[in-house]
Design a protein around this ligand. Sequence first.
Ligand SMILES: [Zn+2]
Length: 323
Amino acid sequence: MEMKMYSYIALLVPAVLLFSSLQVDGAEWSYVIGEENGPDNWGTVFPDYCSKSKQSPINIVSESAEHRNIGDFTLVGFGSTAPTDARMKAENNGHTVEVELAGGDYLVSEGGLSAAYKAVQFHFHWGNVNTVGSEHTVDGKQYPAEVHIVCYNTEEQSLTDAAGEEDGLTVLGFLIDIQDEDNPAFEPLFDAFSGIQFHGDHVDLATPLIFGDMFPSDLSSFYRYSGSLTTPTCNEVVVWNVFTNPILISQAQMDMFRSLNQNGLGDAVNETYVDTFRPVQPLNGRTVYLNDLDAPPSGSGSFISPLTLGSVVTFVLATVLLK
Ligand SMILES: [Zn+2]
């Protein structure tokens, strides 16, 4: 039993390293299809999770999504001002640009979540052209980029513990599309890009990003399903939220992502990142829900909510009494 437990913990270590924001070994896996460690071989190279049946990302079929009144999120720290002591550190980690939330409380609760979740980092996935880039697709449409805000269940002692639990993590996922104007909310991040041109570079943002300015105004419309990390070791521990309204940035801002190098400073050849996304995975019978505040409550076995049932009883009583 002890041996088994030990192996289990050992399996979690790569994911923990990944989410610790600091120690990622860029040599272990790649996004290049056909490469030995590329996404089509992750299931073989990382068989413990990457070959399982609840993997992410997925293609969301909007017509098949079950409408449920999951409820709105309660967000702390994501408004129009940064929380006290907010501090953000950007890093080029060899797979993506990742921003660690190094100070301040960013909390997500309600919205059908079983607990409060604490955001620890966000990172981006993008393509080399605008027709590819996002991880999730909607009705087969892939967006130019996607941002993931990674949060862990505060009922667990740590991120490490949470990465081993079924509902240990929740990710706020936003598709990113192109608009004519720059999105000023991203300025603190793009201002830092000169300091993270190469793998291993990291820099403190001069001021924290203000999520309230970055997010679309309506956060009540989102898809919800159970899935996994989209990078090895692909742990199936993520309650996914993919918002239906995209975040908008300009083409010039999109091109900033494409200017980053995946190699270290001083390497013989400079290589910019190419298509930093995992292809969509089979749904395998999972249900995708769409938060719809007019639909029956989440988890309700029937389509009659207690309120509706109460109204029916009142109506019947009233009818009887009036006769
Ligand atoms: Zn991601």
